[in-house]
Write a new protein. Structure first.
Length: 249
């Protein structure tokens, strides 16, 4: 049944005009940036070659591109996740799901899996630009793999957080704003920790930015993977508990 719910959620994402607009806008903005970065790389290449440890095309073109992509998606993902449960509440269709023999775990994991399928499509479309570099240059394959996995984990955490906050209200606008607020807090918390003498390491570990930056640089650290998996599973558990509480009311 998880797969049935996932297919329904995935199909609903592609039936939404908002999803298509977001895909088009993201591809247009990042496509322009990709071409600009690539042009700058070829202009700077004579100077870069003279450096002892000269940065390659991945460092100059792809890493900055994915840094911007992450910021754009931080603002966009709340718009995609806001309807996941809030809309079901407003339409009273969630009550039908709750009255079915399905467990809350199946419902939540089905919705999460459906949205993650959309995320895979989105990230794969973004990665077409880096992959096109193989036609004329030699990008770092290991770093590209780290970037791809890092983007999936990052957007997976965005999705889990958005799913939970969508379960707290039937107002999609409130769900989107609250999701953006939480994501922004987790993004900038590392900047806050840098100004503190005590608790710096704890706040720094909680920062999504720090873990994402490591994977953009090709550092495949198990602590980064564990952070994302804990964040995703934690918010999914909170969503299940919230819906279980509502089912009992």
């Amino acid at each position: 049944m998880i797969w049935v719910i996932a297919r329904r959620e995935f199909g609903a994402m592609f039936l939404s005009p908002l999803a298509w607009v977001i895909l088009a806008v993201i591809q247009t903005i990042l496509g322009y940036m990709f071409l600009t970065n690539l042009e700058n790389f070829f202009l700077l290449q004579p100077q870069l070659i003279q450096l002892e440890n000269s940065p390659g095309v991945t460092d100059v073109v792809i890493t900055p591109l994915m840094q911007v992509a992450a910021i754009i998606l931080l603002m966009v993902m709340p718009l995609l996740t806001m309807r996941s449960i809030a809309e079901e509440k407003r339409n009273r269709s969630l009550s039908l799901l709750m009255s079915s023999p399905l467990s809350m775990t199946e419902i939540v994991f089905g919705k999460f899996l459906g949205m993650m399928l959309f995320v895979v499509v989105l990230v794969s479309m973004l990665m077409l630009m880096p992959l096109s570099l193989y036609l004329g240059t030699s990008p770092d394959s290991g770093k590209l793999l780290s970037i791809y996995i890092g983007m999936l984990l990052l957007l997976g955490s965005f999705t889990a957080i958005g799913l939970y906050l969508s379960s707290l209200t039937e107002n999609q606008t409130i769900a989107a704003i609250s999701t953006f607020g939480v994501l922004l807090m987790l993004w900038i918390i590392d900047w806050v920790s840098a100004s503190l003498s005590n608790g710096h390491s704890v706040l720094s570990y909680l920062s999504i930015l720090q873990h994402h930056q490591s994977m953009l640089e090709g550092v495949f650290d198990t602590s980064d993977i564990a952070y994302y998996l804990l964040l995703i599973s934690g918010f999914l558990v909170l969503t299940i508990r919230q819906l279980d509480r509502e089912r009992l009311l």
